[in-house]
Design a protein around this ligand. Structure first.
Ligand code: UD1
Ligand code: UDP
Length: 380
């Protein structure tokens, strides 16, 4: 038996690690799986743990309101030590580019425990964009022994950094495994669709077929302040100019996001500011949307599989694949550009159709099986 410790802490890591945990559980004759959550996020993490029925073996419970990077880094590092000593994993699995990912890797390295990095090799080559994620993922790559890259271009980034080719496996992104799992569940269960519609109604949201939905999310640290003010001013103008459109914005719980959004966008009749949705409802809402406007990494990966045009409110992206196939476009945080690009999509069917192709550049739904197969061959 090999001891595997899977560590994560935020909503997107949980969504992307959940199908991997389920896949490892199918091999419990060779693996003893434990889950450690840092709870860098609390409520938004718990939403995912509940949905996928994951009960962590260890919960560091570190989240503080309006935490800074020093808070997160120091509390995870100190609390991980005893857990690693107690659970003695043969290998630790971390995901992506959060501070949880980097610090959990560092904590494992201090105990000389091997690290496997899921979603490895994404790069913008600009250490401040996204910040601090570009540094988190580069530092994690330095520590990891195994690198599971979602695409060929992420593998190439690692090879360019002199990481040994035999330690890199291209698997697709596990978010597509999660997305397909939920889409199938919704498709196969009519009652679930009704349940989701009811849940949305509790947030005062009534979906109507004759209104186009623009779905919005935003949380990037580098957009705090002026960036978010510009985004909100753009949304206000779009809402006022297009009463036939509903803007639905599930607000991230970060106070740096909620303050400007609530200040600028409250009380506009066709703008719905709602609480973070649990993943099932969010996937359903993505599938019902006309356009998605976001700075999220995960949503850039999911939306092409749903054939939804995505405007990304950032200046760079570490996910060039959908950009190349023109289903995703970078619009930054300039008010004029956001308004212009949304108006194009709303007013020209030709422009809309050129961006709404169904593509799967980020995976085929079998990433987790590939990861488990590789680890089984390597360590059991
Ligand atoms: C974090 C990650 C980011 C990732 C994002 C996904 C870092 C530095 N940032 O950013 O890479 O893209 O998660 O959403 O690792 N809060 C709550 N409840 C929650 C979650 C957050 O109240 O369930 C509030 C708290 O006040 C918390 C704040 O949001 O202090 C910020 O959370 P934090 O994890 O530091 O930053 P995110 O912007 O969420
Ligand atoms: N998501 C969700 N509920 C929401 C908003 C987003 O479940 O209200 C999901 C979304 O489908 C994606 C993930 O959360 O899988 C993205 O999380 P986030 O944007 O917070 O982080 P990022 O991907 O940018 O790191």
């Amino acid at each position: 038996m090999k001891n595997i410790l899977i560590i994560f802490g935020t909503r997107p890591e949980a969504i992307k690690m959940a199908p991997l945990i389920k896949e490892f559980e199918k091999h419990n004759d060779v693996f003893n799986i434990s889950v450690c959550v840092t709870a860098q996020h609390r409520e938004m993490l718990d939403q995912v743990l509940n949905l996928f029925e994951i009960k962590p073996d260890f919960d560091l419970d570190i989240m503080k309101q309006n935490q800074n990077l020093y808070d997160i880094t120091s509390s995870i590092l100190l609390k991980m030590k005893n857990i690693l000593i107690k659970s003695k994993p043969d290998i630790v699995l971390v995901h992506g580019d959060t501070t949880t990912s980097f610090v959990a890797s560092l904590a494992a390295f201090y105990q000389k425990i091997d690290v496997a990095h899921i979603e490895a090799g994404l790069r913008t080559h600009n250490i401040y964009s996204p910040w601090p994620e570009e540094a988190n993922r580069r530092l994690t790559s330095c520590i990891a022994k195994y690198h599971f890259s979602p695409t060929l271009s992420s593998k190439k980034n690692l090879i360019n950094e002199n990481i040994k080719e035999e330690s890199i496996v291209v698997t697709g992104n596990t978010v597509i495994d999660a997305l397909f799992l939920i889409l199938n569940k919704i498709k196969q269960n009519r009652k679930l669709k009704e349940k989701i519609t009811l849940k949305l109604k509790t947030q005062n949201l009534k979906l109507s077929d004759d209104k186009k939905i623009i779905l919005v999310t935003g949380h990037r640290r580098e957009n705090f302040g002026e960036g978010f003010v510009n985004i909100c001013e753009a949304l206000k103008m779009i809402a006022l100019n297009n009463p036939q459109v509903d803007i639905i914005y599930p607000l991230h719980l970060n106070p740096n996001v909620r303050k400007p959004v609530n200040k600028i966008l409250s009380n506009i009749p066709n703008v719905y500011l709602i609480e973070p949705l649990e993943y099932e409802s969010f996937v359903y809402l993505m599938s019902k949307s006309y356009i998605i406007l976001t700075d999220s990494g995960g949503i850039q990966e999911e939306a092409p599989s749903l054939g939804k045009p995505v405007l990304v409110m950032r200046n760079t992206t570490e996910r060039p694949e959908a950009l190349k196939s023109k289903t995703v476009k970078l619009v930054g945080t300039r008010k004029e550009l956001i308004v212009k690009e949304i108006s194009h999509l709303l007013n020209s069917l030709k422009v809309y159709e050129s961006m709404s192709k169904v593509l799967n550049p980020y995976g085929d739904g079998h990433a987790c099986a590939r990861i488990v197969k590789f680890i089984k061959n390597e360590i059991s």
